[in-house]
Design a protein around this ligand. Structure first.
Ligand SMILES: [Fe+2]
Length: 419
């Protein structure tokens, strides 16, 4: 970042119902976002089930920084910087594995799965070196919620629970759909790279206005009832949980249908094992409520999107370059449901899938549209006149209203205005 560049006047660029296109286009703003958002707030990194055993590791990132998510021999989860403390080489080149030790390929310095420096080649050259001062760098704050691991580069600030606020309940709701109350991330990730700003993705995840048009092809060929969820007559809601977290709450529609597993487009006779296990785990009454409501459609700011049957993680690479990592959610104790989750994920967001390809095309076209400056406003005023507070005090409106985008930008502005 150019330290001499003046700080943008955020209040002139972000109004309650509109934002400047430069926010998606200006490389200097992207640099500021790294500093004030990605390297400060809580960012989702990975799931504990990806490193289930001692010494398991998997490569992740926060902003542009490469991270090793590692489980130490004692079971503790560490977020280590993937950078040798000797000459800065990437210590771990392999995407995932199990090893009590990481040996840097450059000069063979050795680090434990907890990041501590264990030793180095030809030690007589380092007479008196204090090993304890040369361990791998680490993300100062690491916290986990229901197995979802977040990291924050700010050593002080709101706790993860404070950051998640009301949106924590959506993660509880997700886990409740597993007979054993836990999610597992074991299906492997697809990566979709788009030449577009990360905030287009962030906003689109809970935008209920576009599906009727962008996704009309999947709605028509799949002969599904999804289309109705996003129509003008839908009773589904958009919700702003604060702190940038937003939801498309489809439960009102599913409750109207009052049919088990309609959220998943199926019926109990197709998943008898799952239904039996849910009844055994929660009792029939509670299990029925869970299987009618289904899983949430929620965007946890800034990068974790839970989309009913999938999980997406947004990774920014540059002002107009982003990756979406996507995997099928897997529910502990639900083998028959899990198999269908994987199949549906392939059909919707796989390489030949129907859903994400359409979204990605829109991201890139919008990025190109932003190059036309005009007045440079992006208008986000849809449904402002019909916003209201729900029983928990969160702002809600119609499924197609732009409550989520307004909530995201309100929080974004508060983060960017911090010194
Ligand atoms: Fe979409």
């Amino acid at each position: 970042m150019n330290m001499m560049a003046p700080t943008p006047a955020w209040g002139d660029m972000i109004l309650p119902d509109r934002v400047r296109g430069a926010l998606y286009r200006d490389p200097a703003i992207f640099e500021l976002e790294l500093e004030k958002i990605w390297y400060r707030t809580w960012v989702y990194v990975g799931h504990e089930s990806e490193i289930a055993n001692p010494h398991d590791y998997v490569l992740k990132s926060i902003g542009l920084q490469p991270i090793i998510m590692s489980r130490g021999g004692d079971g503790q989860v560490h977020l280590l910087l993937n950078r040798c403390t000797h000459r800065g080489n990437q210590v771990c080149p392999k995407e995932k594995g199990n090893s009590p030790m990481h040996t840097c390929p450059f000069h063979a310095w050795n680090f434990g799965s907890d990041g501590k420096l264990l030793g180095y080649a030809f030690p007589e050259g380092y007479e008196g070196l204090d090993k304890s001062k040369h361990g791998l760098g680490r993300v100062p704050r690491v916290a986990s919620y229901r197995g979802f691991v977040f990291g924050s580069f700010a050593s002080e600030g709101p706790s993860l629970e404070e950051h998640l606020g009301g949106a924590a309940e959506t993660i509880d709701r997700l886990c409740d759909n597993a007979p054993e109350g836990e999610i597992e991330i074991t299906a492997g990730f697809l990566k979709h790279r788009v030449k577009a700003n990360w905030k287009f993705i962030l906003e689109n995840e809970t935008d209920g206005y576009h599906p009727a048009f962008v996704h009309s092809s999947i709605f028509s060929v799949a002969d599904s009832a999804i289309g109705g969820l996003y129509g003008a007559k839908s009773t589904a809601l958009t919700r702003d949980y604060g702190n940038g977290h937003t939801e498309l709450d489809l439960r009102p529609e599913f409750r109207k249908r009052d049919a088990l597993l309609s959220w998943f487009g199926t019926t109990p006779d197709k998943l008898p094992d799952y239904v039996a296990r849910m009844n055994a785990a929660y009792g029939e009454k509670k299990a029925r409520e869970i299987m009618i409501d289904g899983t949430p459609h929620v965007m946890i700011f800034p990068n974790l999107f839970i989309a009913e049957i999938q999980m997406f993680v947004i990774q920014p690479l540059g002002v107009n370059d982003s990756v979406q990592h996507v995997t099928a959610l897997q529910f502990k104790g639900a083998p028959d449901l899990n198999r269908r989750m994987r199949q549906q994920t392939m059909g919707s967001v796989g390489p030949a899938g129907f859903l994400l390809a359409d979204d990605s095309e829109m991201y890139e076209r919008t990025q190109r549209g932003m190059e036309a400056h005009d007045t440079d406003w992006v208008f986000l005023g849809r449904g402002e006149h019909r916003e209201r507070r729900d029983e928990d005090g969160f702002l809600v409106a119609h499924a197609t209203d732009e409550v989520p985008s307004r909530g995201i930008w309100k929080h974004y502005r508060s983060l960017m205005e911090q010194p």
